[in-house]
Design a protein around this ligand. Structure first.
Ligand code: DAH
Length: 339
């Protein structure tokens, strides 16, 4: 029995010396000291011993139990210490490590252009006006002197929601809404999204942005229009840019014109961007039609006004040399990063 006990002790110590995990430590405790443990089994066998043998073996068994318990406690403390050390080591922050560079977002080129144009016109005393993207027949067409048979009303060009409502095809309806509400002098610009049933290609999209301008006051002339728009072009494209006005037709202005700027790519010499002409068309404009003023409640015998409208994607394309407007909606960071 004595040898038996010594063997248990050795076995336990051997195991305990090699334990690496707290969990295993607990298993060992059960293996030796638990109810069905090896030492417990031996102690149960004591009843078969002679009374002379019993005290010495009992003593020995108790010593071994105490030794194993002590050893378990000791190993437990060691393991816990080690575990803590490892945790501390793994949680250490190395302040000398180089920082990670974060990829910053960029302002979208369309927003850059809109903001720049806003600044230019705000500097000339214009205010910003907005209007709904869902418009009525009246504001989108009727009040702009666009007659019933006009091709612009064609269902192939306009997204109709039902008989009465459509997605606005231009920012021009905002002019009318402002004139109905405000008395001259009026000086506004209206940026916004507009919708046309166009196929997508490098220069067309069913959703795009326009910016409308309107000035109404006494004695406003075509010279005021030319002056304001020339200042605008030079502010946006630089002092060297030249402008020219070509006669044109719009139902809501009379007379009407289109404004070209000298090509920003070649400076007017002629290249593939301006198709050899040296000029790029950037906006439509004209003197507000007396009928349009009258319908909106402004007396055309007292007041005159000018208006203009421009497509912002095209403008941004000229300004930044972008060849395909689809790039504006693809959200490719490699594109956006360049602005
Ligand atoms: N509404 C025109 C378009 O969508 C742009 C335009 C031209 C607006 C002349 C105007 C203007 O206010 O006077 O093409």
């Amino acid at each position: 029995m004595k040898e038996n006990l010594q063997a248990i002790r050795e076995k336990a110590m051997d195991l305990l010396n090699n334990v690496k995990e707290l969990k295993r430590l607990d298993e060992i405790r059960v293996e030796f000291l638990g109810k069905k443990g090896e030492l417990t089994k031996v102690l149960r066998g004591m009843k078969n011993l002679s009374p002379e043998e019993r005290p010495a073996i009992g003593q020995l068994a108790n010593n071994i139990r105490e030794a194993i318990e002590e050893k378990i406690e000791e190993v437990k403390n060691e393991l816990m210490k080690k575990e803590q050390e490892e945790r501390l080591k793994s949680e250490v922050i190395d302040v000398t490590m180089p920082g990670k560079k974060r990829r910053l977002g960029h302002r979208h080129p369309m927003n850059l252009v809109v903001d720049e144009i806003k600044e230019i016109f705000l500097g000339m005393g214009y205010k910003i006006a907005e209007g709904p993207e869902i418009e009525t027949e009246y504001y989108n067409f009727e009040a702009l002197n666009i007659p019933k048979e006009h091709p612009a009303r064609d269902e192939q060009d306009t997204f109709y929601i039902n008989e009465n409502f459509m997605l606005r095809t231009a920012t021009s309806p905002i002019q009318v809404r402002v004139m109905e509400k405000e008395k001259p002098p009026i000086r506004i610009i209206c940026p916004g999204k507009v919708y046309r049933s166009d196929e997508v290609d490098a220069t067309h999209s069913p959703v795009f942005h326009q910016l409308e301008g309107l000035v109404v006051d006494k004695n406003i002339t075509f010279a005021d229009l030319k002056g304001a728009l020339e200042v605008f072009a030079k502010e946006l494209f630089g002092d060297k840019v030249k402008v020219r006005f070509r006669p044109h037709f719009f139902p809501f202005t009379e007379p009407s014109a289109e404004m070209d700027i000298s090509c920003v790519a070649c400076g007017g010499k002629g290249c593939n961007i301006c198709k050899g002409s040296g000029w790029i068309e950037i906006l439509g404009c004209g003197m507000v039609h007396p009928k349009v003023l009258k319908m909106a409640g402004i007396d055309p015998d007292i007041y005159t006004g000018f208006a203009f409208g421009m497509g912002l994607e095209r403008l941004a394309m000229s300004k930044y040399g972008v060849k395909d407007l689809r790039l504006f909606v693809e959200n490719d960071v490699r594109f956006l990063e360049q602005f």
